[in-house]
Design a protein around this ligand. Structure first.
Ligand SMILES: O=C(O)CCC(=O)C(=O)O
Ligand SMILES: [Fe+2]
Length: 242
């Protein structure tokens, strides 16, 4: 492992090459996604992948899922949580992960610097890591709309390893919102309804996907099972607890 490689200053040409393929997608009504195909160069991305795969204390906890009855089920991927000191505890489905510190994994601090540089003004203070060991590992439809991230969270997601598909779909409208639209002229109503309501991205090795604005309020996202994805993918989602 050669981490001083990560510290080598980058020239302007290399930086331009790195942020090549920046796309910004306006989802409408104040929601936006940005996709940078190459935040981290190819070789450096493998160095990160190997480090994370080996050194992160991955766990696959069981969580409580309640339908007609409550069941203990294994999460369909490995995870780990990192947070700055003093943040409120994070929990989901009755599971509270241990919060590691940034100092536990120094290379992640380098990655955080790169993300901050790509997103001027951002100040992430927590991180959820996911490891998908093959195409059967997945994350189902959800939104990261926990109150602790505030009403318009920016979430920056870096991927390493196997390409996987990332889907976004518009949340079903609440009946109160529908009633509001009912009161509007037909032309305006049509414009809102005809807006594209599903997007698919292939998240590449070394890429950065950012969700911002009202994306967590109005949209759901998922990384579905894929029979053909045999290799491991590691994903890091940087967040700001406010
Ligand atoms: O793996 C991904 O790209 C998404 C992960 C995710 O949505 C999450 O951790 O909340
Ligand atoms: Fe998510």
């Amino acid at each position: 492992m050669n981490f001083f490689k990560l510290k080598r200053p980058e020239n302007e040409e290399a930086k331009e090459e790195r942020v090549k393929g920046k796309q910004s997608i306006d989802l409408g009504n104040g929601s936006e996604v940005i996709y940078i195909q190459r935040l981290v160069g190819f070789e450096k991305s493998w160095t990160f992948f190997d480090y994370l795969n080996k050194h992160i204390p991955w766990i696959r906890p069981t969580i409580r899922v309640c339908g007609r009855q409550c069941l203990q089920v294994k999460r369909p991927r490995d995870t780990c949580y990192v947070a700055s000191p003093g943040l409120p505890e994070m929990g989901y489905s009755g599971y509270k992960p241990h919060a590691y510190t940034w100092d536990d994994f120094p290379p992640i601090k380098d990655l955080l610097d790169m993300v901050h540089e790509a997103l001027p003004g951002s100040k992430f203070n927590s991180l959820l890591l996911n490891r998908y060991k093959g195409g059967n590992d997945y994350v189902g439809w959800h939104a990261d709309d926990e109150k602790l991230y505030g009403p318009t969270p920016q979430i920056a997601s870096v991927s390493f390893g196997c390409d996987r598909e990332f889907l976004l779909k518009k949340r079903p409208m609440k009946s109160s919102q529908e009633r509001r639209l009912d009161g509007e002229p037909a032309s305006k109503r049509l414009k809102k309804i005809s807006h594209v309501d599903q997007y698919s991205f292939t998240l590449k090795h070394g890429s950065l996907l950012v969700m911002r604005g009202y994306t967590q309020r109005d949209w759901l996202h998922s990384v579905p099972k894929r029979a053909k994805a045999e290799a491991t993918r590691i994903n890091l989602t940087f967040r700001q607890v406010v």
